[in-house]
Design a protein around this ligand. Structure first.
Ligand code: UD1
Ligand code: MG
Length: 459
């Protein structure tokens, strides 16, 4: 199988400097959805026809998929879908059929394409068609005694032909040697002065090549993106599909319409997700995890029974079993929390390992730290990890107690079982099992009196 993805169109109606096929759906460029689906069919050759936006499209894909084996064909100027496939022709393996996909049609499923490929077999032309209530703008499938005889573009169609509701989705499979021959015979003698790929249908009929068709399981599989409105509509369809799959798997969603998954979300049993959560990259929620409202979780593993309370932000981090995080916690990259840890409101952690049973419940910054087990980090604690040039580590050993409002000026170690008095500015290591406190002694000024308001001078 050769697969050719047409992606040279400009997408004027997006009103954007970014080439249309690079606009993201579920956090991933439209074209990557098509490439990923194409890849799942293990084609011998995968070719993208690009044009508008020059090399931007190619560079973006190469950056996202380094070392890929995609063939690129430049189409400049863009003279129609037939002309686009012509540019890819020299890169095709003539001994296997060619599947044509559109780079701006992101939601086609593998199953539907497999059915189309089966309908084509080794030597038939096969079209993916769909019946629409409003077929305006699409190429119409003209049948004679049930058999497809040609496609007529909307702009070239007369009134009776415009009445046909079966339309061309643009996705098709063709025997490659014949395809190349047909492409060479295309003309641009039509309403749009373009070389129409759709004209190969009548040529196949003329040559006695059977024309088959298949239909997608759902009409949205064939919807394309031409505007921000259509992009937003497809995003909602995609998110609805993701939500339905999660519900099927037994995940509880407070509202399937208020969940966004931009990547992969793997869930165990009895996972519950409240409204307005966003999951990005690869996220795993183990059995019994609960995620509160308005959380953003990216590239993270949350172990069994952990609770992520509302408005928590987690990125490139892992959370141990039974932990309780948030509300309003922020776990930044490199944070690894052990079992039964607690991280409470307005606590920021970065590049920090915190072992089982430790807590930082209120208003703290813990960065570049290694925290042992059963440690209590008091409210307002700050690891001063940055001296303006370099970052340094703070080590807090098992069972230490960090009094509220302490600053730990790294590099520094708090020994096992040590206690820091509240307000300590720790600049040297605190020995194990002792109280270390740096604040000045409290004293009371006996002679002090509160100032009195001066009496106003009489006028
Ligand atoms: C095309 C089909 C029409 C079908 C419709 C489905 C033709 C002649 N018509 O029409 O039968 O109903 O799609 O949406 O094929 N492209 C290029 N280079 C070009 C022109 C287009 O790469 O020179 C790409 C576009 O980026 C897009 C795809 O081909 O991904 C389809 O192009 P578009 O202009 O949308 O075709 P339609 O006129 O809508
Ligand atoms: Mg179109």
């Amino acid at each position: 199988m050769n697969i050719v993805i047409l992606a040279a169109g400009q997408g004027k109606r997006m009103r954007s400097d970014l080439p249309k096929v690079l606009h993201p759906l579920a956090g991933k460029p439209l074209l990557r959805h098509v490439i990923d689906c194409a890849r799942s069919l293990s084609p011998q050759r995968l070719i993208v026809v690009h044009g508008h936006g020059g090399d931007t499209v190619r560079q973006a894909i190469d950056a996202a998929l380094p070392g890929n084996d995609i063939g690129w064909a430049l189409q400049s100027p863009q003279l129609g879908t037939g002309h686009a496939v012509m540019q890819a022709a020299p890169l095709l393996d003539p001994t296997v059929p060619t599947l044509v996909l559109y780079g701006d049609v992101p939601l086609t499923t593998r199953d539907t394409l497999v059915r189309l490929i089966e309908a084509a077999g080794p030597d038939r032309l096969a079209l993916l068609t769909v019946n629409l209530d409003d077929p305006t703008g699409y190429g119409r499938i003209v049948r004679h005694e049930g058999r497809i005889v040609r496609i007529v573009e909307h702009k070239d169609a007369d009134e009776p032909t415009r009445g046909i509701r079966e339309v061309n989705t643009g996705i098709m499979v063709a025997p490659t040697a014949a395809l190349e021959r047909w492409l060479a015979g295309l003309s641009d003698d039509n309403a749009q002065k373009e070389y129409y790929l759709t004209d190969i249908v009548a040529m196949a009929v003329r040559d006695g090549v059977a024309v088959a068709s298949a239909q997608p399981a759902a009409a949205w599989e064939t919807l394309g993106v031409n505007s921000k409105l259509q992009l937003a509509e497809l995003e909602r369809i995609h998110q609805r599909n993701v939500a339905e799959r999660l519900l099927d798997e037994g995940v509880t969603l407070a509202d399937p319409a208020r969940l966004d998954v931009r990547g992969t979300l793997a869930c165990g049993r009895d996972v519950a997700i409240d409204v307005n959560c966003v999951f990005e990259g690869e996220v795993t929620l183990a059995d019994g995890v609960q995620v509160g409202a308005n959380c953003v979780i990216r590239n993270a593993r949350i172990d069994a029974g952990a609770q992520i309370l509302p408005f928590t932000h987690i990125e490139d981090a892992s959370v141990g079993a039974g932990a309780r995080i948030g509300p309003y916690a922020r776990l930044r990259p490199g944070t690894e929390l052990g079992a039964d840890t607690h991280v409470g409101n307005f606590v920021e952690m970065k590049n920090t390992k915190m072992a089982a049973g430790s807590k930082a419940n209120h208003l703290a910054y813990v960065g570049d730290a290694t925290v042992g087990q059963r440690v209590n980090i008091g409210a307002g604690t700050i690891t001063c990890n940055y001296d303006g040039v370099n970052k340094h580590r703070t080590v807090i050993e098992d069972d230490a107690f960090i009094g509220s409002d302490s600053q730990l000026v790294a590099p520094v170690t708090v020994g096992r079982g040590a206690t820091l008095g509240a307000g300590t500015t720790l600049t040297r290591d605190a020995p194990p099992d002792r109280l270390t406190v740096s604040r000045s002694k409290q004293h009371t000024v006996e002679s002090w009196k509160r100032p009195q308001k001066a009496a106003k001078a009489a006028k």
